[in-house]
Design a protein around this ligand. Structure first.
Ligand code: UTP
Length: 420
């Protein structure tokens, strides 16, 4: 057994060699508990991975798919006959009644653009009822559970940064009447952030600065936290997945589930049609034979502008961030080794020289994207929905995709209910 001091000496040597010994800058000032917390925190970092990530900055992703781009062939829900929509809806509802699908909300993001102090799900978009984003989703789940005659289990991914505040918020609101036993909170994994020189930073004198590892960390975090085991225990075999910030999301949508069941695929995604050829959004396609989301910056202009005989964009199905995954597939993808994307973001850290809080306007954060997992699938069933009916994102404080625009869309869709 090594003493704390011996451990520190060995770690200091190692960190010095790779120029990361700033992490121990305040070690001597710490009490014993803080000293060992810091050493544990540093030991848990995959230092070779962080070095590799720094080296990849500015280079194209090694994992970025190559190969011929082909259409993915989505199904337009609105153009299905009403009887077919009804049939799919019934299939989905029966699955929900049998308890086979859980809903999962990804709420581990930091909501930097919105600037709300607190978890994004606690945000009040200004509805007459002042429902938070969490409560809006819960109301959707309650409604569908009532229709199915069975409560849909709800999994909520938080992060270390917002976990306690999220669970306290639910407790303070008595779980919105959904039942504590039907909600499972789990924190997502974190990854260190760094400055422009590749130096790891401190959040406080005894904690390394880390950020959530992106929504692509979902399946690994779900597995590690015991969430997948919990789903199996409840008899769940499918997961409905959405973000927290779309206030028009149709939680555990039976039509989507019925469509997924009939597709024979291991995963399904919702899309809506882009409005203009050059809209700044990723679209679904196949690349090298595998499903993928291609960024608007990557798609050749001629393909972005291509239309079919009906005048519909061939590459126009935009990613809604609303998926269904088969549980076994989700478990397999926990180990998919997805590539990290680099984001330049503001970081709050402790200055190594002064020991005081400081802000770095352009630090590096690393994120996994869930849609990168599609390239690991043989196929993906894409269901096209109406943007105005199901997509009202809350990303910014004002302007495009803000609380203001989302509120307007929500009130427009729910006007009948609100009048009752
Ligand atoms: P965004 O990519 O829009 O990120 O997340 P964000 O954190 O909400 O906002 P910005 O970019 O900092 O302004 C889309 C969805 O994915 C979740 C978010 O909570 C949101 O529901 N997410 C994102 C996670 O759960 N974990 C992450 O690490 C990142």
């Amino acid at each position: 057994m090594f003493s704390t001091e011996e451990k520190k000496e060995a770690l200091q040597e190692k960190l010095k060699r790779i120029g990361q010994d700033g992490l121990l800058a305040f070690y001597e000032e710490l009490n014993e508990a803080e000293k060992s917390a810091l050493l544990c925190d540093i030991e848990a970092i995959d230092l070779p991975l962080m070095e590799r990530l720094y080296q990849t900055i500015g280079k194209p992703l090694s994992d970025s798919a190559a190969g011929e781009i082909e259409p993915i062939g989505g199904t337009d829900a609105a153009s299905l006959p009403a009887t077919e929509r009804e049939r799919l809806y019934r299939i989905g509802l029966n699955e929900l009644a049998a308890g086979r699908m859980a809903a999962l909300t990804m709420a581990g993001g930091q909501g930097t653009r919105l600037g709300h102090t607190g978890p994004k799900g606690t945000y009040d978009i200004g509805l007459p009822s002042h429902k938070s984003l969490f409560e809006i989703q819960c109301c959707g789940l309650k409604k569908i559970s009532e229709e199915a005659g069975r409560t849909v289990p709800w999994y909520i991914m938080t992060s270390r940064i917002n976990h306690d505040e999220t669970t306290a918020f639910f407790a303070a609101h008595d779980y919105f009447g959904y039942g504590r036993e039907n909600i499972y909170f789990f924190p997502q994994m974190m990854i260190p952030a760094m400055d422009r020189e590749g130096r790891l930073l401190l959040e406080n004198k005894y904690t390394v600065l880390k950020s959530p590892n992106g929504n692509g960390g979902l399946f690994a975090s779900l597995l590690q936290s015991g969430g997948i085991e919990d789903m199996r225990r409840r008899g769940v075999t499918r997961i409905f997945i959405c973000g927290i910030d779309n206030c028009l999301v149709k939680m555990a949508d039976p039509l989507f589930l019925g469509f997924f069941e009939e597709s024979g695929e291991k995963a399904a995604a919702k899309s809506f049609l882009k409005r203009t050829a050059d809209e700044k959004a990723g679209v679904f396609c196949k690349r090298g034979g595998a499903p993928c989301v291609i960024e608007y910056t990557e798609i050749p202009k001629a393909l972005a502008e291509q239309k079919d005989e009906q005048g519909t964009w061939v590459y126009g199905d935009t990613n809604v961030l609303n998926y269904i995954f088969e549980l076994d597939t989700a478990e397999r993808l926990a180990d998919a080794g997805l590539p990290y994307h680099i984001a330049v973001k503001k970081l709050n850290y402790i200055d190594f020289r002064t020991g005081t809080p400081a802000i770095l306007p352009d630090g590096y954060k690393f994120e996994l994207f869930l849609f990168d997992a599609f390239s690991r699938l043989d196929g993906l069933a894409v269901l096209r929905i109406e943007r105005t009916e199901e997509f009202a994102p809350v990303k910014n404080l004002t302007g495009i995709d803000s609380a203001e625009t989302a509120r307007e869309m929500y009130l427009n869709i729910h006007k009948e209910e609100l009048l009752q």
